[in-house]
Design a binder for this molecule. Sequence first.
Ligand code: IMP
Ligand code: MG
Length: 372
Amino acid sequence: MKHTIRLHDKFFKKYIPHNKIKKAVKSIANQVYNDLGDKEVPIFVGILNGSFIFAADFIREYPADCEVSFVKLASYEGENSTGQVHELVGLSEDLTGRTVVILEDIIDTGNTLAKIYDIFEHLPIKQLKLASLFFKPDIFKKSLHIDYIGISIPDKFIVGYGLDYNGLGRNLKSIYQIKAKTMKNIVLFGPPGAGKGTQATSLKDYYNLVHISTGDVFRYNIKNNTDLGLLAKSFMDIGDLVPDELTIKMLKEEVKKNLDTAGILFDGFPRTALQAKVLDTFLTKKGEEIKAMVALEVDEDELIKRLLKRGKTSGRPDDQDEEKIRNRFDEYNTKTAILKKFYKAQGKYYGVNGMGSIEEITERLKKVIDKL
Ligand code: IMP
Ligand code: MG
């Protein structure tokens, strides 16, 4: 079963697996049986539509004779305009003197339940009991008694196992919970010497983000001889560039592992328009998105000064030659220009002044990210 699904315009993530639901159903069935015993044959009344699957599983777990029926709550405007009138549709059995157990899929505010209760209480039955598979205690406002509760859940919309979102989702075996776009996924950019690595580290710690750097992902895959790593290595060994699709595949795998986090800080990816597009499509499918491309903007003459200074101590040859440095800037500017355009079109590009002390720059970045 998929972890994230889409129904209409909303995304849902897997929340309660099928076997846990089955256990809860069995447990309710046993509790009801323990209370009622063998002396009488109860009639279980499922409230349509949502409870059809629960009722079907429930009666098969019920270890004694029982009857089953279904009703639907219909509401219409009263003729004397006294407001809404509620009526049960579908009840054909004579319930006189019977023990009735209502089977509800979910109790949320309890409004539906209150109406059902009201109707059953006025019937000449022996006793009325109520079982609900799911229950949202945080939102339930009624003083009504619920005899049996399967699983209590927070006040978040769920689908599956009979429950729907605008008609869809009833056929899902597991329960899925609605998912907001909660991740702070950020693409961080900065020219060589801008202190991107330093900023990435403090942002990652401050926002509890997962730092995904293309370089690290490559090294990890190659070191661990993953299929993708071996494939990438076969290109590198003969001096070829690793094809875009392969890079994308590796990064996707990494993103997939981190979808339950506060967010991902992308470093060195996406680097091409294709990568950006594929990443967008992939995140959209998972109900997430890139929230921003944040680019450090630094004066090139200043950067050259910094890099030349660094080159004296680091010994990195590419930091010692002004022409080589300028080439790296050109390459950076060409690449960012494409991505800047891509994210600008979505209103997601943020240029941040990268001049000044490390702390000053961090503060500027936080100002942008806090608002996302
Ligand atoms: P209540 O009247 O607020 O208790 O809501 C009861 C009815 O609302 C249920 O029988 C469902 O049809 C629907 N409902 C409430 N919460 C959910 C949910 O999380 N998912 C799907 N349907 C729900
Ligand atoms: Mg219902």
